[in-house]
Design a binder for this molecule. Sequence first.
Ligand code: MLT
Length: 240
Amino acid sequence: HTPELTPTDEAPECAIAVDVLRATSTMATVLAAGGEAVQVFSDLDQLLDVSETWPPEKRLRAGERGGSKVAGFELGNSPLDCTEELVKGRRLFISTTNGTRALTRIQKAPIVIAAALINRAAVVNFILEKQPETVWIVGSGWEGSFSLEDTVCAGAIAHSLWQQTHIPLEELAGNDEVAGAIALYSQWQENLLGLFHQASHGQRLLRLECHEDLKYCSQTDILDVLPMQYEPGVLKSHKR
Ligand code: MLT
């Protein structure tokens, strides 16, 4: 599916991919735990081909479709599986239903970042320091459609930028997506887990017994890590 909501104008200076449940939360967790890099694929076979060229002790392969782990892969897409013991010094080769596809679609932008609620402050601080001319926040959604959890994360990022730059609210006039995302975050910021329980993908994950993943991913600003693209499809922790 090609999400209709993905902007189609010329690439921005900075594109931020968001897949709170759970791909970008997993990527931030892996890099914060000392993973060497995260390499994203939209296609599972391609992932297997490329990762074959990597020493087995230096790689981990994660495959998720429909919320479940793909048979034959070491990991699905649970950030809670990505312990320091497991990921330190290794590269995560990952393909998920929506998140890794969103990243591959925006990989031509000069700056590509993966954001979730857990690393929101690191993303905001980078934007404030770097001041890119144009920024897209691209929610991965679910198979082309809108998702509450990615929109609320976009709102959390925009809300923090807006507060810290003291931009008058009127300047957001005309940008309905940003205004709506900020309104959603303002309404739910004290109960993001409650919002995830109402979200369709949150409900899908609850049916798959992923309660702890929802709890973990609903936390804000707990990891000081900025996953940034270093070469097409390869993200590393950006050091300031
Ligand atoms: C995705 O890429 O669609 C998600 O990360 C799915 C998931 O929760 O594993």
